[in-house]
Ligand binder design. Structure first.
Ligand SMILES: *[C@@H]1O[C@H](CO)[C@@H](O)[C@H](O)[C@H]1NC(C)=O
Length: 389
């Protein structure tokens, strides 16, 4: 290449300078990006939990992306969606769905084992405007077949590994029977797919008569694992007077024994066995209670995500620890508000319990809503999954 004579000297100098800048950028790229925390260009790894036959499941709100370093830890990534119609299985806006698909692809790039699933909800965020869709539609053989086909086609089309049914509200024996028939047919359908079998999991309530009357023996025949709803011991339909953490490990002030992780898991160990097929849930959210001035009762409550802790209402409320239930709380006395939630310490207590009882899995409810101030994800991820085994 011949430079015009006039610019020859300058052009050569400019080329040299550009070449040096390019060199520095390349070096920076290798040191910072490839060698750095996000290590997204290195090979896929096996999640530590699955090396020890445990499950670390992310129940993903799809509000924010997950980091590759988080995706490497998970054994399952589950996207909750609301079911309303057969041919419209996924009732979520494009933005969340697109983010989920992006995460599905990234997860498979950085993680050798991860299973990506959708969760079919029957209720909308605990509001209980329940369309008991599956029960209603699978009442007839024809309806059940159509539903089974739709789910199977949907999973194949989007290259997903399975389906989770968020059945915390199983209202009657009748509806339970219908659901079991449905699971049986779905399992059969999946087993006829070429290649790997799809996963089926269900969520069950953590306490109460419905929980105790579930037909566990039959569930076990069709599902791969069962998530116990231990992130929500507060019944959304109950009058709000009751002030307790969403997920107490043990009984404590104001906490009924039946509504503790310890009671639930001991009950399952004693009455069902096979505790390796169960998951506990750990939430990244908490509850905010507005208290009445003169009594210890709450006037109302709402679900609380942690970014809200930045609010000034907590400025004069230092974090306290209830050692009986192993949960933290904050109490702003001037404003009569109480927050009960999960923090890294309470999550660690639960993971200690998890290992001790040899529970099979843990599901973090909304890993992407986790806050830098309250890193629940990290607290779970640093578990020694093999616990010396
Ligand atoms: C855990 O539950 C068992 C059985 O329900 C009970 O005996 C035990 O005292 C509980 N542990 C704590 C610390 O409450």
């Amino acid at each position: 290449m011949e430079f015009p004579p006039k610019c020859k000297k300058y052009c050569i100098w400019i080329s040299v300078i550009l070449f040096i800048i390019f060199g520095i950028c390349t070096l920076y790229f290798y040191v910072d990006v490839i060698g750095g925390n996000e290590d997204q260009f290195t090979e896929a790894s096996v999640p530590p939990a699955s090396l020890c036959n445990k499950r670390f499941i992310g129940f993903y709100a799809a509000q924010y992306p997950l980091k590759p370093s988080q995706l490497r830890q998970l054994t399952h990534l589950v996207l909750p969606t609301l079911v309303k119609e057969y041919d419209h299985l996924v009732e979520i806006e494009g933005g969340r769905w697109n983010l989920f698909i992006k995460m599905r692809d990234l997860a498979r790039k950085v993680n050798q084992d991860i299973k990506v699933m959708i969760a079919l909800l029957e209720h909308d965020g605990g509001q209980r405007n329940t369309v008991d869709f599956l029960s209603r539609e699978s009442r007839t053989d024809e309806g059940r077949k159509k539903l089974v086909d739709t789910i199977n086609n949907f999973l194949l089309k989007h290259s997903l590994d399975g389906v989770h049914f968020d059945w915390a509200l199983q209202n009657s024996d009748d509806s339970m029977r219908i659901k079991l028939n449905f699971l049986k047919d779905l399992r059969e359908k999946f087993s006829n797919n070429p290649g790997q079998d799809m996963l089926i999991s269900v969520k069950i309530p953590p306490y109460g008569s419905i929980f105790k009357n579930l037909n566990f023996a039959e569930y076990k025949k069709y599902v791969d694992f069962i998530s116990v709803g231990t992130a929500s011991y507060i019944d959304p339909e109950e009058i709000p007077g009751y002030v307790m953490p969403c997920s107490p490990l043990y009984k404590g002030p104001g906490i009924m024994e039946e509504r503790t992780v310890n009671y639930t898991m001991n009950w399952l160990i004693k009455n069902v066995g096979d505790i390796g097929m169960f998951n506990i849930e750990i939430p990244t959210y908490g509850m905010r209670f507005q208290m009445s001035k003169d009594t210890e009762r709450a006037l109302y409550r709402r679900i609380y995500y942690f970014m809200i802790l930045e609010d000034e209402e907590w400025n004069y409320a230092p974090e306290e620890w209830d050692d009986e239930s192993k949960t933290p709380f904050m109490w702003n006395k001037d404003r009569s508000i109480v927050a009960k939630y999960e923090n890294p310490r309470s999550a660690e207590e639960k993971m200690k319990y998890f290992l001790e009882k040899e529970i099979g899995g843990v599901m973090i409810i909304y890993p992407d809503m986790d806050q830098p101030k309250m890193p629940i994800f990290e607290a779970i991820a640093k578990t020694d999954w093999c616990n010396g085994h």
